[in-house]
Design a protein around this ligand. Structure first.
Ligand SMILES: [Zn+2]
Length: 66
C-alpha cells in the first residue's frame, strides 16, 4: 500500500484520497497561516474564506489534536 507523508502536519496517510482531499488541503493551509501568527481576520482576507468558516476550520484543527 502506498503511503503519503504530509510535511505540513507530519501525518502519514495510507489513503491518497484523504491526503489530497480538499478538507485536508484547507487544514494544511490553515496550519500554515496560524504558524505565521496571522489573526482570524488576516487569514480571512488572505484566503478569501469568511471569518465564520476560518473559525470553523480552526475549531476542527483543535478537535484533531484530541
Ligand atoms: Zn497534512
Amino acid at each position: 500500500m502506498q503511503r503519503f507523508w504530509c510535511s505540513s502536519c507530519s501525518k502519514t496517510f495510507q489513503n491518497d484520497y484523504i491526503y489530497t482531499s480538499w478538507e485536508h488541503q484547507v487544514k494544511t493551509m490553515m496550519v500554515d497561516f496560524l504558524s505565521q501568527g496571522l489573526s482570524t481576520d488576516e487569514i480571512s482576507k488572505k484566503s478569501g474564506w469568511p471569518i465564520r468558516r476560518v473559525n470553523k476550520i480552526i475549531l476542527s484543527l483543535e478537535l484533531d489534536k484530541g
